[in-house]
Design a binder for this molecule. Sequence first.
Ligand code: PLP
Length: 535
Amino acid sequence: MFLGAGLRVGHVSNKVIGRDRRQPYGFLRSVQGVVCACADNAGFLRALQKCRTRIRAPFCCPGHHGQPEKLWPPLREVLDRERHALVTLDLAEQPELDNLQQPTGILRAVQERAAAVFDTVHTFFLVNGSTSGILAALLAVCSQLGQDPSRFYALVPRNAHQSVFHALALTGLHPVYLTPEVVDSRYDILGPVSESTIEAALVAFAPQVAVVLLTSPTYHGFVANVRSIAARCRRYGAWLVVDEAHGAHLGFSPELPQSARQMGADLVVQSTHKTLMALTQAAMLHVPCGSRLAVEDVAEAVRMVSSTSPNAWLVASLDATVAALADTPWCQAWFERACTLGQAIRRRLPTLPNDDATRCCLLLPDDIDGFLFDAHLLDHYGVYMELAGRATSTGIVTGANDASHVAILEEAFTALTTDSRLRGTRESRVHTLRPMDSVQGVFRAASCTLRVSLHQRRRWCPLQHAANQVASATISVYPPGIPVVLPGERIDPPLVSYLLDASRCGCAISGVHGPEQHVAVVDDVPPATRCHQAP
Ligand SMILES: Cc1ncc(COP(=O)(O)O)c(C=O)c1O
C-alpha cells in the first residue's frame, strides 16, 4: 500500500534490537526466519498456534480479535456445542446449503436479510475479501461501457490498495491517479482524495470518466465527503465505487461516521472481517439504494471473481454477523464498548485526531522508529497492532476488546516510549522518503493502461539508466512501503535519484533486482491517449 504498506510488524520475530545499520530494517527479514524455523511438517499450523499464544491485547484484524466469549451468543453456542466445528461444519455442495453463485434458497434469503440490515438494494457475500469485491465492482462498471474500456478513465487515488491496480489491469480501464490530501506531513498521514481534486479531474477528463474509486475510510480513520463526491460523479456521468474495506462498522452507531452506502455511492466494498466479527476473508459488496448499477450486472461480475467452492464457515460467519447487527441490544453494546475503549485510548495516549473513534493511531515521540516500536509492542507486551508507520502505530478497536487490553497498551506505550533502547532509532534519512514524491500535481493520467504495460514484452534495465522509461512492475521502498512507481508510469529522473539514494541508505526496495539493480520496463508503449498534469 502507498503509505504504511500494510506492513504488519506483528509477524516479526523477537530479535529486533541491535539492527545492522546498513540494513536498518533488517528485522523484517526475520519474518522469513520465523517461517523457516517452523518449516517442518505442518509448520504453518504450529506457527499459527504459537502466534495465538503471544497475543494479549489484540488491536488488529480480524475484528473478532480471537475472543470467542465476545461473539454473538448463538454463534458462540454453536462453537461450544460443535467442538470440532471447523471440520464437522465444513460442508459443501449439499442441496440444502444452496449455491452462492446462483442462490435460490437459504443463501438468497440470508443475503436478502443482509440487504435489509445494511439498507441496500442487494448485498453480495464474498469469500475472497474486499479484493474480490473491488475486482467485481470495476468489472461491473465495465459491463456498462459497451466499448473498449481503455477508451475510458478510472479516477483512483494513487495510494489505493493493490487490488484496485489489479482491477485496472484486468479491466483495461485507463487510470488517472489522484493525489490524496496530506493530513499531517510530520506523521506521514494521508487523508482521502478531496472533492476539489475529484472535481478538477472530472472537468479535465469528462465525459470519458467511467468510474471514480474512493478509499474511505483510510487506514488511519479519515472519511471522505462521499455525499458531495457522489453528487459530482452523477453530474459528470461517472459511477462511484467506494473501497470501504476498513469501514464495515460505519453507520451502526451514532458515534461513528455514516457509511458510503448511505451517502450515494453506486457500489461499496467492505471487509466484514476487518472491523466486524466475520472470519478473515469474509467480505461484502453492497449495491446501495439509489445505485445506478443493476444487481444482475454486478452478480455476473461477482461470479467472475468468486470460487465455486465457497467455504461454508466464511459464509456462516457473514450470516452470523448480519444476525448480530440485527440484534439491537447486542449490537449497541458491541459498538458502545468499541467507541468507549477507543475514546479511552485517545484520552490516555497521544493519538491522531481522526473521524473514526475505533481507529486509534498512536503518535510516537520524534526519535522513536514506529516499525521497531510495533515489533516491541508484540514481542514484549503481546500488543498486536494493525499497522506500523515511520512515526505511528495504528490499532483497530472493536467490541471484542475490553478495558484490560487498553490497560496493557497504555502500560506498553509508557514503558517503550521511555525505553532508552528505542530512543534515537528513527532514521533521519527516512524523512526524505515522502509518500507523495511520486505524484506531482493534483492528478496524473498513466501513460498507458496497466493492462497494456503488463502485457508488453519486458526488458530489464539497470536502475541508473531507467530515467524516462515506463515501468512494467510496481516499485516500492520500505519504509514506508509506498509504490513509488506503478506499471505504466514513467520513471522520472528525480525518482531514479531517489531510489538510488534509498538503496545506498540500505532501504529495502521491492521491484529492483540483483546487484545491478535491474527494474522491469517496457519498450513499445503506445502513445498516451491523453496525459494530463494538473498545475
Ligand atoms: C484499503 C483497502 N482496500 C482493500 C483491501 C483488501 O481487503 P481484503 O484483505 O479483505 O481483500 C485492503 C486490505 O488491507 C485495504 O486496506
